[in-house]
Write a protein that binds this ligand. Sequence first.
Ligand SMILES: Cc1cc2nc3c(=O)[nH]c(=O)nc-3n(C[C@H](O)[C@H](O)[C@H](O)COP(=O)(O)OP(=O)(O)OC[C@H]3O[C@@H](n4cnc5c(N)ncnc54)[C@H](O)[C@@H]3O)c2cc1C
Length: 402
Amino acid sequence: MKFDLPTDEARGLVKEARPLLDGPIAAAVEEHRRGPGDEPHLEPDGSLAAHVRDLKRRVARLGAEAGLYAPHVSTALGGRGSSLRACMYLHEEVFLRGLGGQQWMLGWTDGPSPMVEVATERAVREFVGPLMRAEISTAFAQTEPEAGSDATNLGTVARRSGGDWVVTGYKHLITNAPFAEVVQVVARTEDGAYGVFLVPEDVRGFSRGPIQQTIMDDGQTGSLVFEDCRIPLDMVLGEPREGFAVPMRWVNWTKARRAGMCVGLARHCLDRALEYAGERYAFGRPVGSFEQVAYQISEAHRHTWATRAACDRLLEEIDAADPWEKPDAGTRANFAAIKLMAEECLLEAADVAVQVFGGLGLLKSTGLEHVYRVARNLRIPGGTAEMQRREIARSLGLLKKG
Ligand SMILES: Cc1cc2nc3c(=O)[nH]c(=O)nc-3n(C[C@H](O)[C@H](O)[C@H](O)COP(=O)(O)OP(=O)(O)OC[C@H]3O[C@@H](n4cnc5c(N)ncnc54)[C@H](O)[C@@H]3O)c2cc1C
């Protein structure tokens, strides 16, 4: 089973990324490892430590300077207009190297999503430009204590007052909440529409709540408070309108991103498991020569290959559709299928790798338990596994709305 790159576009992106990853980014990661890398990765308040954030920013800027931070964004906004299919292989290439810090060269939850394509002129100038250059980071704030899977239950409101929007509400479980310079807040307007409002950190009424420490121990998840935050009418992404068309651009982009991330990380885990299975001896033989060990690796390898092939096909279909403005039921189901398959594939591969490494697999120093915790986490944010199955069932006409 070969892991070939199927298109010129994918080959081009990967070819550009490799020297960056193995050159300046590897050097930055190594410099950090030799320097403050052993210091605690969290501050006393639970937020990600300043030295890790410095590395993160440095790597993100290297990605941005090379035009690889957000290649999916249109050329008009400073991206490359790359297809999602090609981006999958770029993401895979990055995550093949594990979670050592090089992954920050890609704009992720804290970077530009396809929502930027509908930004107003002012929002492009003041938000999208700096974001594309990785000068600032953002957060996507939709979830609330009473509105998770059921996002229509949002309590955060945006009302018109003179020449401003006034945003009031509370969000939790938001990635990059402790650090985002501008937050993309999903709120309901008085006439029942939903919109995405850009709230800068220095606006009156904005504050950050406590860090919410997750299974990943990442120091980047937290709550946000908006108390009558006044923002200009044109600091929005798209016009507020009925339904979730604009926020769904972000959600579907998140699902698409799972493909390369999960396949890359799964391959990272399996490559390491394979190597270790040949080196580690028990009962006078390499552990990989025991059938139970060999089959675990080969099964996960087969599933990873199949997931990669399926995601490639689904992303090709998504690229050919109009995936952002008004995705049809089939396109929504394709996004959902990618998210489900990719996460299941990674969870299996990470579990197998931890198991093959035995006790060492559970040590923080090995790095595999970290991937396992990330893999387990992925099945909830961006829409739970149950919500993805619901989307697929709906596309088959099996479930009614509600
Ligand atoms: C680390 C992390 C990062 C996150 N980052 C962000 C972020 O950046 N921005 C953001 O807005 N949110 C973020 N979230 C929130 C995340 O998107 C929600 O947690 C998720 O959508 C689920 O919502 P909930 O936690 O309220 O669970 P609930 O909606 O309460 O669901 C509880 C359980 O019920 C199931 N369930 C609910 N409804 C149905 C149904 N109709 N059919 C079948 N099963 C159902 C769910 O699948 C789940 O198993 C993050 C969460 C975590 C943990």
